[in-house]
Design a protein around this ligand. Structure first.
Ligand code: CDP
Length: 218
């Protein structure tokens, strides 16, 4: 039986379904799960709560360095305003560096861990055993995020959410540090026409072909 932690990287653009998928896979495999976007969101939220401008790099780095990881379950992290702030601070190399070690230690928790984000397969865990890159058309993603925000009582329009998603994708993909892109050895999963269950099955098929059969998992 292998004792090496098994790392699964799940990357992809905004509202591609990677969080839902990664959470379900982690529950199924008995692995730890980390939503790394929540870390950047928590930096953005802490700055706005403190009356700081998220564009101020030195303050963003300081905020990331003293980030209280227990605060990353806050429901307020999921608003549109915080998505925007997260993607601004996430473009700053000092912010990324401040939370890199935490992500890597988390990834190495036995028996295994699933991390979702933008740069897990490329930068945080380039040696991950399984890399999935989850995508969907911008319209599909905007529609999913619109329904999610509406259900939470946010005052949003679908066109507005689409514009935000497209702008955030562009910022995430074009930044100099850890841009959003599939790792060369990532398995691409387009969920545009897949139900949550179908996406889960497709991802599990890929994982089961790669993870050693004797891994310590359910
Ligand atoms: O849920 P959604 O895909 O909309 O966003 P998220 O995964 O919570 O990420 C929020 C923002 O954090 C993204 O737009 C990225 O700018 C940033 N992020 C990142 O740069 N690197 C990661 N590993 C995860 C998120």
């Amino acid at each position: 039986m292998t004792t090496d932690p098994q790392i699964i990287a799940v990357d992809g653009p905004a509202a591609s379904g990677k969080g839902t998928l990664a959470r379900a896979l982690a529950a199924h495999l008995g692995f730890h799960y980390l939503d790394t976007g929540a870390l950047y969101r928590a930096v953005g939220l802490a700055m706005l709560d403190a009356g700081l401008d998220p564009h101020h790099e030195a303050n963003a780095v300081k905020t990331a360095e003293i980030l209280d990881i227990d605060g990353i379950d806050d429901a307020r992290l999921r608003t549109d305003q915080i998505s925007e702030a997260a993607s601004i601070v996430a473009a700053m190399p000092g912010v990324r560096a401040a939370i890199l070690d935490f992500q890597r230690s988390f990834a190495n928790k036995p028996p295994g861990a699933i991390l979702d984000g933008r740069d897990i397969g490329t930068v945080v865990c380039p040696a991950a055993l399984v890399k999935l890159y989850v995508s969907a058309s911008p319209q599909t993603r905007a529609n999913r995020r619109f329904l999610e925000l509406k259900a939470r009582g946010e005052d949003v329009t679908e066109a507005g959410v689409l514009a935000d998603v497209v702008a955030r994708d562009a910022r995430d993909a074009n930044r100099a540090h850890s841009p959003l892109k599939p790792a060369e050895d990532a398995h691409l999963l387009d969920t545009s026409n897949l139900s949550i269950e179908a996406a889960f099955r497709a991802a599990l098929d890929v994982i089961e072909q790669i993870l050693p059969p004797d891994a310590d998992r359910r």
